[in-house]
Design a protein around this ligand. Structure first.
Ligand SMILES: C[S@@+](CC[C@H](N)C(=O)[O-])C[C@H]1O[C@@H](n2cnc3c(N)ncnc32)[C@H](O)[C@@H]1O
Length: 283
């Protein structure tokens, strides 16, 4: 464990989108996902993505649109949509357009589209033209992007009747780096190193000679939040090339309230390492 002290200067970070910025990097990420993701190796985690369905069925009484944000190939969304009536409009949106197109092919919808999106910016105006009510999904993205600004942006784009279903990777038990320590091996492994080294080579802004070091740190923007990081250490200095936030469930509940969202349901895997929330805009 290697918590960063309050006096440390912020370390430069590679944007999360850079890890998915080419079809080849998308393919390497998929290999990591296949080899390491609890979603593929633990049925209890897969179940999480169906559990909001009964709550949604009560709310979705007519046609609705589904907007899959940061969807990659759409497998998590397909589990949820398998339990719901087909949306009248399906939009798959990701920084990696190849993956978004795969998701649009996989997911059901009477009318389908895919879009390259940057979730670190304002959401594009075309989302506002999609018929309401809209069900947004945000699976596996909150760990990688600054969560509060992202939830604020999504909340601001939501109108009455819209809902958001999102997942978070959790630190079971205690807040801070010690809670996340048992999870480090999920990240520090050969397929993840291959993917991140390819992203370093692809970035051009980073010196290609260096080494990757994994550790658990305090999030620089929320000090009581644990962040698993992979850092590229080279003669030119240190850069965070990958980070995955590991909040506790109560920390996520605070984010929800701050973003002016209201919880409709919450679903935990038995180990408390991953959870899915269904929320709507606060009245
Ligand atoms: C960890 S993957 C999760 C993918 C999938 N939703 C899942 O849970 O398996 C993160 C996803 O977010 C996308 N992503 C990363 N940064 C992004 C950004 N700034 N804007 C939009 N999508 C982004 C990546 O392309 C990738 O598909």
């Amino acid at each position: 464990m290697n918590p960063k002290s309050a006096t440390d200067r912020p370390i430069p970070e590679l944007p999360a989108s850079a890890l998915y910025s080419s079809p080849a990097l998308g393919r390497l990420w998929k290999k990591v996902h296949l080899a390491c993701s609890p979603f593929l190796h633990r049925p209890a985690v897969r179940l999480l993505y169906q559990q909001p369905a009964p709550f949604l069925l009560k709310k979705l009484t007519g046609p609705y649109s589904f907007i899959a944000l940061g969807c990659a190939d759409g497998h998590k969304e397909s589990l949820l949509l398998g339990k719901l009536p087909h949306p009248s409009h399906l939009l798959a949106a990701d920084t990696n357009l190849t993956l978004a197109r795969q998701a649009a092919r996989l997911l059901p919808g009477l009318k389908k589209s895919s879009l390259r999106i940057d979730l670190t910016n304002l959401l594009p105006s075309c989302l506002y033209r999609i018929p309401r009510p809209r069900l947004f999904s945000l699976f596996g993205v909150l760990p990688n992007l600054d969560p509060m600004p992202l939830l604020h942006r999504i909340s601001r784009s939501m109108k009455r009747g819209d809902m958001l279903v999102f997942s978070a990777n959790l630190s079971p038990g205690r807040a801070g780096p010690s809670g996340a320590l048992p999870l480090l091996a999920q990240y520090d492994n050969a397929p993840t190193r291959r993917w991140l080294k390819a992203a370093v080579r692809h970035s051009r802004s980073l010196p290609p000679k260096g080494r990757l070091e994994f550790g658990i740190f305090h999030d620089p923007r929320q000090r009581n939040l644990a962040r698993i990081e992979a850092r590229w250490i080279s003669k030119g200095g240190t850069v965070v090339v990958f980070s995955s936030r590991r909040p506790t469930a109560p920390q996520v509940e605070v984010w929800i309230r701050r973003a002016r969202l209201q919880r409709l349901s919450r679903h935990h895997d038995p180990r408390g390492e991953e959870a899915v929330w269904l929320v709507r805009k606060k009245a």
